[in-house]
Design a protein around this ligand. Structure first.
Ligand code: GDP
Ligand code: IMO
Ligand code: MG
Length: 432
């Protein structure tokens, strides 16, 4: 296996956790490079279900080593809870999980400010964040006032944190919120620092040693391309680069050491939170996709908005990520649909859009232009090879490959490991 970046090509929740779990078998290292515990990556192994927020999904494979890279924002309390949760289920993390000393830390004031900004948005428009403090933490990073995991080891950590709490208490007061107890918070984080210290490391030489030893690395993207701070539907985005370039800046791997970029894409579309979603279905069909696809957030439990597959989004994602091949997930969710629609372009104000417009105003007004495909009306769940899929299903997939210009190498027809068709291994990729 080559060094592979796996990115979400839509609005997140494409099934990245599941595909990472499948691919992790062939990797030595699994690296998260951006986002924080706003992510919720689900892995189902037999009757066991795991939802990972900060720990790379590779941790579920014995012997694989996992890195939380410098581009990730880490809520240390949430990370310790997650570590405890999986250790209780018999998964060892000691000596296998490393947190970059350059990763920025999320503190309670970040979460509070995230919440207040959502309650009283300065622009008047709510983003619908996960309220995990992600935006304020990346904001502090860019403003050069953040604290990093390495600071937990500094002798003056308590002083630095005390100063940050005092400053942020003034910001909290502007929202009319009660101040954080400075000394109590400092004490809590002293204890957290003591527990987290064994995991903190300079992960950059680790990544480079892995490269020189030819130990394959799998980069686990969080969120999705349309939630990327630069390429997404700004301002309705997260605060990091969820696209493939983020793997380099968020882990220290040089661009020319990335060999392959896999885009994970659902056979339809979902979005959670506010913001434009041209193919959204606010009708019975949308309800059906939500129900059959069990489209409820893995982190917040919020119902996900559902809609048809959007080729404008997929082509744009293929372009900005440099997607070599697709992993198409949740194919089985379409098993009972008579007519499947795919958006091939948008129309707004008499103009046709083949690529994603930057303006949210334009995007919100865009009307999708659909092409229809006939459904297959039978179960795909039992298929273990491409030829076992119904003809109409193969036609739908061939159209997705052709219209996006990238081949399909992996198909997912259920949440479990065994519900995966490795077309790349079987020499049966669906070519564009
Ligand atoms: P991620 O954030 O991209 O890792 O995705 P989530 O875990 O948030 O959401 C994907 C959901 O779909 C999870 O509940 C998975 O167990 C489930 N899932 C993944 N692949 C498939 C699939 O092919 N079919 C079905 N029915 N469910 C799937
Ligand atoms: P995974 O990795 C889906 C969305 C939120 C909100 C916006 C900003 O599981 O695919 P934030 O808390 O990041 O400031 O919220 O981004 N969002 C996600 N949506 N999947 C995710 O992660 C998401 N992480 C953030 O709903 O619209
Ligand atoms: Mg998710």
């Amino acid at each position: 296996m080559a060094n592979t970046v796996l990115v979400g090509a839509q609005w997140g929740d494409e099934g990245k956790g599941k595909i990472i779990d499948v691919l992790a078998e062939e990797a030595d290292w699994v690296v998260r490079y951006q986002g924080g515990n706003n992510a919720g990556h689900t892995v189902e192994i037999g009757a066991d279900r795991y939802v990972l927020h900060l720990i790379p999904s590779g941790i579920l494979h014995d012997g694989k080593r996992c890195i939380i890279g410098n581009g990730v924002v880490v809520d240390p309390v949430a990370l310790l809870e997650e570590i405890d949760g999986i250790e209780q289920r018999g998964i060892r993390t000691g000596g296998r999980l490393f947190v970059s000393d350059r990763a920025h830390l999320v503190f309670p004031y970040h979460k509070r400010i995230d919440e207040y900004r959502e309650q009283k948005p300065a622009t008047g428009a709510k983003i619908g964040t996960t309220k995990r403090g992600i935006g304020p933490t990346y904001g502090d990073k860019a403003a050069r006032v953040g604290l990093r995991a390495g600071d937990l080891l500094e002798p003056h950590f308590a002083d630095m944190l005390r100063q940050r709490i005092e400053t942020n208490n003034k910001i909290i007061a502007t929202f009319g919120g009660p101040p954080l107890d400075v000394e109590q918070t400092v004490e809590t984080y002293r204890a957290v620092a003591a527990r987290l210290t064994p995991y903190v490391a300079d992960t950059i030489p680790m990544v480079h040693q892995a490269i020189s030893r030819k130990e394959p690395i799998l980069f686990e993207g969080a969120q999705g391309t349309l939630l990327d701070i630069d390429y997404g539907t700004y301002p309705f985005v997260t605060s990091s680069n969820a696209t493939s370039g983020g793997a380099c800046t968020g882990s220290g791997v040089p661009p020319h050491r990335v060999d392959r970029v896999i885009g994970v894409i659902k056979a339809y579309s979902t979005r959670v939170g506010e913001g434009p979603f041209p193919t959204e279905l606010k009708d019975e069909m949308g309800e059906r996709l939500r129900k059959i696809g069990n489209e409820f957030g893995a982190t917040t439990g919020r119902p996900r908005r559902c809609g048809w597959f959007d080729l404008v989004v997929a082509r744009y994602s293929a372009m900005v990520n440099g997607i070599d091949d697709w992993a198409v997930t949740k194919l089985d969710v379409l098993d009972d649909v008579d007519e499947i629609k795919v958006c091939v372009a948008y129309e707004f104000d008499g103009r046709r859009y083949e690529t994603l417009p930057a303006s949210v105003r334009v995007l919100e007004g865009c009307r999708p232009v659909y092409e229809s495909f006939s459904g297959w009306r039978c179960s795909t769940k039992e298929a273990r090879a491409r030829d076992e899929l119904p003809a109409a299903c193969r036609e739908y997939l061939a159209a997705l490959a052709r219209l996006t210009g990238a081949p399909i190498s992996i198909l997912s027809n259920g949440p479990r490991r065994e519900n995966t068709l490795r077309l790349d291994r079987a020499g049966s990729m669906i070519a564009p």
